[in-house]
Design a protein. Structure first.
Length: 95
């Protein structure tokens, strides 16, 4: 169920309230980079380049936030994709 609460939609998934980030927090290039740095610290990882090519991923539970991060990456000319896993979404890119 999607309710509009101001600018931030409230999503009820399994009786949990989740919020979509507002676009105003990523208006400038520096804000976009800062948001992505914070998201990486919370839910990101990079594989060991000695074992294979570079692979960066974000593991995110909320579909709307996953696509928000994906759109931010793509706005910075990264070719990121979103995959649905069992209980979460993976936003990833490969080099």
């Amino acid at each position: 169920m999607l309710n509009i609460d101001g600018e931030n939609p409230v999503i009820n998934e399994n009786n949990k309230r989740k919020y979509k980030p507002s676009n105003y927090i990523v208006d400038s290039l520096e804000e976009k980079k800062s948001y992505l740095r914070g998201a990486f610290l919370i839910c990101g990882s990079v594989n060991d380049p000695k074992t294979s090519r570079y692979h960066l991923e974000f593991i995110i539970e909320n579909k709307i936030v996953a696509y928000f991060v994906n759109n931010l990456l793509n706005s910075l000319n990264f070719n990121s994709k979103v995959l649905k896993r069992e209980k979460h979404y993976m936003v990833y890119l490969k080099a």
